[in-house]
Structures are given as C-alpha cells and as structure tokens.
Write a protein that binds this ligand. Structure first.
Ligand code: P6P
Length: 326
C-alpha cells in the first residue's frame, strides 16, 4: 500500500494513466468512470444539503425490493441516470431502484458496457446523519444477447471494474479495475477526487465482526456457533446498518461483515449484482475474501437482476473463522 502524498493525482488523470497501459483502450471506459465521478460529486452535494432542502424522509412509494423509498433514493438514482445516460459507451443501466434494466443502446448502436448500481445504499440512516454510499459494478455488454436482464446477469468474476462512493465526514471514492484497489478523496475546494492510497490492502485479521445480531435467533446454526465462539474470544461488534459503511470499515481496519439468511430474508437481504459482487470484487482485490452460501460470491451464476444472496466478506483469517464453524 502506498500513501500518495507528494504527487497530486486526480481520479481522472489516474484513470487516463491506467488506460495508457492498455494500447487497445479507446477511452470509452474512462468516460464511464468520469460520469460516475460527476454523479458522486452531485450526490455528495445533495446529501449534505438534504435536510436544508427538505428532501429527507420517505418518498411514499415502495421500490421493487418491497422497501419504502426515501426521497434521496430517487434523487440519487435520477442523478446517476442523467450522468451515465449521456455516455455513448453505456449500453444498459440497472438500478436497485428500478425493476427493469434501462436499455440505452443495443446491438450495432454501440454501447460496450453495462453499469449496475445501488444509488444510495443505507439511505434509511440519512435522517440521523448516517454515512451512506453509491455502489457500482461495470460489466461488458454482450450485444448479441437480446434480453437486457440476461446481459447484466453475469457472474461477479466477469466485472471489469467495481467500487463505491462513501458520503461521510469526507467523500471517498474506492475503485478497482482488477489491478488492486485505489482510494480517492474529494477535495470540495477544487471539486476533484484526489488519490490518497494506491493499492489498499485489507488487514489479514482483526477481532471485529459486523452483523445485525437482532436476527441471530433465525441465523443458520453455523452462524450461531461462530457468534458463540467469537463472544468467547473477546471480539468487538460494530454494525452501522449500511453495507457500504460497514464494509469500508472492514476494508480499512480488517474484520468480517456478514448478512446471513434470516427468517425475513431466507436467501439473505443483500443483492448479488449491485451489492455483493462489487463489494466482493473490492474485497478480493484488497487481499480479502467474499463468500455467499459457502461458495465464492463472484462465482455465483445470477438468475435474476434483483437476486439476493447471503454475504460473509472480510479478512482472510476472519472469514476463515466463520467458515470453519459450518
Ligand atoms: P438490516 C440497507 O438498507 C441495507 O440494504 C444494507 O446497506 C445494510 O447492510 C442492510 O440493508 C441492513 O439491513 O436488516 O440490518 O437493517
């Protein structure tokens, strides 16, 4: 891990430098990252002003997940659609907030990539000033596949990039393109994401687990055996209730985050394509592990866009402790 202090490297210049390493690159991919970066800056501004602009609280609608939408979910979704929709290299957009994928360009019209996203993960914590985030996953578009949902239902190992933007005390942009994990921070004075850490590595061990223990009575037995063991080993418990926040702590400090199957969500609550897969890709690229139902998250063959999976993600040794209680 290198802490970038002397060089002033923006996300834009970093992506262009990475692109220059691939002679066949056309710049299409860089345009997508640029659009996500723009959306992140706009959403960060909106999140900070949400209370002043009176856009906190419920939208009064239920999304495809059966969850009540908060107004900022819809605002963030619209911002991302407007930023990405104008980029010629995007074929299909798929959002947690929309039942069907949005087809922008298909077949010969171009559009090399599909972008999947959770526009504002953890948004229910916004009205208590919690940290929230945008999670994204980028896949290649298969122009020959006629059905948009089938196009985006690719296993996580096929992601060409993934990341998240965390809207907290500062706005942090974490991304991997398959060559390690890089962390940028928004300098609001110049409106640019600046490289802070190149090659983020997740600590191999940390005696911290992150799970909603209120559901533990309905966890499968192996999770209950693990928790009993961890209590005896003096582990700490940390749980914010926002995947992107709980995972970012795990990435930076180590530990393990899990959302097991529960009575309310027998297949787990988190969505495979735009939550578990991008988080799992980041975890693996930082030297961690991501498992779902005993198999590697990124190897799961998706059947549906909004498919849910259980998730155990974090430090190699900490995920190992969970798995050996199976
Ligand atoms: P629970 C937020 O609604 C979310 O989708 C994830 O960000 C978070 O990890 C999870 O749900 C929290 O769920 O059941 O513990 O409130």
């Amino acid at each position: 891990m290198t802490i970038a202090r002397d060089n002033l490297m923006s996300l834009q210049s970093h992506i262009l430098a990475e692109e220059a390493k691939h002679p066949s690159a056309t710049g299409d991919f860089s345009w997508i990252i640029s659009a996500i970066s723009l959306a992140g800056k706009v959403i960060a501004h909106k999140v900070r002003r949400a209370r002043l602009e009176g856009v906190l609280g419920d939208q009064g609608t239920i999304n495809v997940q059966g969850e009540s939408q908060v107004r900022m979910d819809v605002i963030a979704n619209d911002i991302i659609m407007r930023c990405l929709g104008s980029r010629a290299s995007v074929a299909v957009l798929a959002s947690e907030e929309q039942e069907e994928p949005t087809i922008l360009r298909r077949g010969r019209e171009g559009g090399k990539y599909c972008v999947l996203f959770d526009p504002l993960d953890g948004s229910s914590t916004l009205d208590t000033c919690g940290t929230v985030g945008t999670i994204f996953s980028i896949l290649r578009n298969d122009a020959e596949v006629p059905d948009a949902e089938r196009t985006v239902c690719q296993p996580g190992r096929q992601q060409i990039a993934a990341g998240y933007i965390l809207y907290g005390p500062s706005t942090v942009f974490v991304i991997t393109t398959g060559y390690g994990v890089d962390l940028f921070e928004l300098d609001p004075h110049i409106g640019s994401f600046l490289l802070v850490t190149s090659g983020v590595r997740m600590p191999q061990r940390q005696k911290t687990y992150s799970v909603n223990e209120a559901n533990s009575a309905s966890f499968p037995a192996e999770y209950q055996r693990y928790l009993k063991w961890a209590h005896g080993e003096g582990y700490s418990s940390r749980y914010i209730g926002s995947l992107v926040s709980d995972f970012h702590r795990t990435l930076m400090k180590g530990g393990v985050f899990m959302y097991p199957p529960t009575q309310a969500n027998p297949s787990g609550k988190l969505r495979l394509l735009y939550e578990a897969n991008p988080i799992g890709f980041i975890a693996e690229q930082a030297g961690g592990v991501s498992m779902s139902g005993g198999v590697r998250t990124l190897d799961i063959e998706p059947a549906k866009l909004h498919q849910r999976v259980p998730l155990v993600v974090g430090s190699v040794e900490e995920v190992g402790h969970v798995l050996r209680h199976a």
